[in-house]
Design a protein around this ligand. Structure first.
Ligand code: NAD
Length: 294
C-alpha cells in the first residue's frame, strides 16, 4: 500500500521501518534530516513536505510530539491536507487531547478525507519489535480499513469507539504509568537509602504485589533491567517532557469532566520539577533522580 509517514522520532522511525519490512511503499517526512536519511537508507522515499508525503498516499500516518505539531503538519500550506486526495485515511498516532483529534477529524472531512486517532503504547522497544498496542478511535469502517496497516507495527489493534476515544484510552493509561513510575522510583530509592541491595529489592517487588511494568520492564534504578533507559543514562525511551505533556492532558481532561485526579496532579509536579531543572529530554524514569541521595 502507498503510505505517507510524518514524524520519524524515537517511535516513528522504528514504526516506519516495520512498514517497510511489511512491503509497503513508504514516503516519509521529518524536520530532522538525519532521521529521514536513516529511513530512506532502509528503502523509504523522501518527501520535502508533509504535503508531498501525503500526495498519492492511501494512508498517511503522523507520529508527532504534541497537538500543535499535528495541527501544523495537517493544516499548513505545505501540509498533509493540502496534498491528500479525497478518500485518504489519516491516522494520527501521536498522543494528543481528544478535543483536538475531533477538530482535526472535522477539518479532514471538509477535504473528503477521514482522520482516525490511533495512539500507541509499548514504548520504543515495542515500536522496534512491532508489538505496539494501537488504541483506535473512529468508525468501524475506518478501523477495518486501517487495521492491516497497523498490524505491521503492532500486535494489539483495539477499536476503542468513536473519534477521540483512542486518546481517552491512551491518556488514562499514561496517567497510571506516570504515577507507577514515580511510585517505583520512590520505593527503590528508599530501599537504597535503607541499605538493601537494589537488585534484591526489585526481585522482591517483581514477585510481590508491587510488581508493575515500571518495576519489571522499565525499572528506574540503573543496572536492574539491562534494556531499560535507566541502564543507559536515561537516554532514548520516553522523554520526561512527553510524560509531562500526557499528565497535563489527563489532568485537563479530568478538569473538563469535573473528575478528581489527585495522584496525576502530584505526579505531574514531579515531572515538572525534572523538566524545570533541565532534565526534560531524559527518559521519564529519571524521576528517580529526585529521590536518590547521591
Ligand atoms: P520524538 O520527539 O522522539 O519524535 C518526534 C518527531 O517529530 C521528531 O523526529 C521531530 O523532528 C518530528 N517533528 C516535529 N515537528 C515536526 C514537523 N512540523 N514536521 C515534521 N516532523 C516533525 O517523539 P516520540 O518519542 O517519537 O513520540 C511521538 C509521539 O508518540 C508523542 O506524542 C508521544 O507522546 C507518543 N508516544 C511516545 C512513546 C515513547 O516511548 N517515546 C510511547 C508512546 C507514545
Amino acid at each position: 500500500m502507498k503510505i505517507g509517514f510524518v514524524g520519524l522520532g524515537n517511535m516513528g522511525a522504528p514504526m516506519a521501518l516495520n512498514l517497510l519490512k511489511a512491503g509497503h511503499d513508504l514516503t516519509v517526512f521529518d524536520l530532522n534530516a538525519q532521521a529521514v536519511r536513516q529511513t530512506v537508507d532502509a528503502g523509504a522515499k523522501q518527501a520535502d513536505s508533509p504535503r508531498a508525503a501525503a500526495s498519492g498516499a492511501q494512508v498517511v500516518i503522523t507520529m508527532l510530539p504534541a497537538a500543535a505539531h499535528v495541527r501544523g503538519v495537517l493544516t499548513a500550506s505545505e501540509g498533509v491536507l493540502s496534498g491528500a486526495s479525497p478518500g485518504t485515511v489519516i491516522v494520527d498516532s501521536s498522543t494528543i487531547d481528544p478535543a483536538s483529534v475531533r477538530e482535526f477529524a472535522a477539518l479532514a472531512q471538509q477535504q473528503g478525507c477521514v482522520l482516525a486517532d490511533a495512539p500507541v503504547s509499548g514504548g520504543t522497544g515495542g515500536a522496534a519489535a512491532g508489538t505496539l498496542t494501537f488504541m483506535v478511535g473512529g468508525s468501524e469502517a475506518v478501523y477495518t480499513q486501517v487495521k492491516p496497516v497497523l498490524a505491521a507495527m503492532g500486535k494489539n489493534i483495539v477499536h476503542c469507539g468513536d473519534t477521540g476515544t483512542g486518546q481517552v484510552a491512551k491518556i488514562c493509561n499514561n496517567l497510571v504509568l506516570g504515577i507507577t513510575m514515580a511510585g517505583v522510583a520512590e520505593s527503590m530509592a528508599l530501599g537504597e537509602a535503607l541499605g538493601i541491595d537494589p537488585k534484591i529489592l526489585s526481585g522482591i517487588l517483581n514477585t510481590s504485589t508491587g510488581r508493575c511494568w515500571s518495576s519489571d520492564t522499565y525499572n528506574p534504578f540503573p543496572g536492574i533491567v539491562e534494556t531499560a533507559p535507566a541502564s543507559r543514562d536515561y537516554t532514548g525511551g520516553f522523554g520526561t517532557d512527553l510524560m509531562l505533556k500526557d499528565l497535563g492532558l489527563a489532568t485537563e481532561a479530568a478538569k473538563s469532566a469535573k473528575q478528581p485526579a489527585f495522584m496525576g496532579a502530584l505526579a505531574q509536579q514531579l515531572y515538572q520539577a525534572m523538566s524545570s531543572r533541565g532534565d526534560g529530554k531524559l527518559d521519564f524514569s529519571a524521576v528517580i533522580r529526585l529521590y536518590r541521595q547521591k
